[in-house]
Write a protein that binds this ligand. Structure first.
Ligand code: ATP
Ligand code: BTN
Length: 259
């Protein structure tokens, strides 16, 4: 990835500042530090390689040089968006899924933070917040997309099957175009974040809908049942084996199809 080409590709979008790194620990760490220093809304940190890419609970996110997209967006919520901050993970996941669907891929959202193609993980999303006292000052949206097959970790590192855009499309697409499309989709969806239509769009793209799944959390016994949809705050609604509806909130939740 070349900074000039990247800037050209992103030049038509109403972004804040852009920082590009050939190599970095984690784009989320950089964006969090930058956000604490008043960087404008929709500033983007993007890197060709991450040496300490993170998933939830500090799990490792594999980003070898030249193979993947790893970027983080600083979002400064408007007063209208503030009541809907729990929907930001949906905003990011929908932006990724819709931009991949535009390329003919059947991309779906594995709630809460992954995008799958044919039930394989092609993208992970990590949302982190910068606090100012008791309020969220801004949100960092970290997005990792497996572009060429070299970005897919070895089987033994995976707890869920993974894929890349190269494997799904037959060739690796241009990373600048993918990041541009995702950012454009996010900017386009953002004004609708509080609407019922947004929730419906998110719900319509949920992976494993209607299938029996197991949801594991650290604290409670696993919930088994079928994904029935989303609550207004973006929590997952499961219909359990007794026909009761159980709400699964965000946190360390692992969703697995029942083999
Ligand atoms: P899972 O993805 O197993 O359902 P999760 O979404 O809770 O669980 P996260 O912390 O969100 O897990 O993601 C981190 C996990 O993703 C790592 O533990 C690793 O198994 C897997 N992983 C790491 N790098 C990649 C990658 N480039 N592509 C796909 N999966 C990856
Ligand atoms: C997950 O599935 O657990 C989320 C993975 C998020 C990875 C992205 S890559 C860009 C940003 N920087 C990070 O360190 N993590 C996110």
């Amino acid at each position: 990835m070349n900074l000039n080409e990247l800037k050209k590709s992103l030049s038509k979008l109403p972004l804040g500042d852009i920082r590009y790194f050939d190599t970095i620990g984690s784009t989320n760490d950089e964006a969090l530090a930058w956000a604490a220093n008043d960087t404008p809304d929709l500033s983007v940190v993007i890197a060709d390689e991450q040496t300490a890419g993170r998933g939830r609970l500090d799990r490792k996110w594999f980003t070898p040089k030249g193979t993947a997209l790893a970027f983080s967006i600083v979002l400064r919520p408007t007063p209208e968006e503030r009541p809907h901050l729990t929907r930001i993970v949906g905003l990011a996941a929908l932006a990724v899924a819709e931009s991949l669907r535009e390329r003919g891929l059947d991309a779906r959202i594995k709630w809460p933070n992954d995008v799958l193609i044919q039930n394989r993980k092609v993208c992970g999303i990590l949302i982190e917040s910068v606090w100012s006292g008791e309020d969220i000052d801004c949100v960092v949206i970290g997005i990792g997309v497996n572009v060429s097959q070299g970005s897919v970790p070895p089987e033994e590192m995976l707890q869920f099957p993974a894929t890349s855009l190269e494997a799904e499309l037959g060739q690796a697409p241009d990373r600048g175009e993918i990041v541009r499309d995702i950012l454009a989709a996010l900017i386009g969806l953002r004004p609708n974040i509080g609407t019922d239509e947004f929730l419906k769009q998110w719900e319509d793209l949920l992976a494993l809908r209607g299938e029996t799944v197991q949801v594991e959390t650290e604290k409670t016994p696993p919930v088994m049942g079928q994904i029935s949809g989303l609550e207004s705050d973006g929590s997952l609604k499961i219909r359990n084996e007794h026909g009761e509806f159980v709400t699964v909130r965000f946190g360390d939740v692992r969703l697995r199809p029942l083999a």
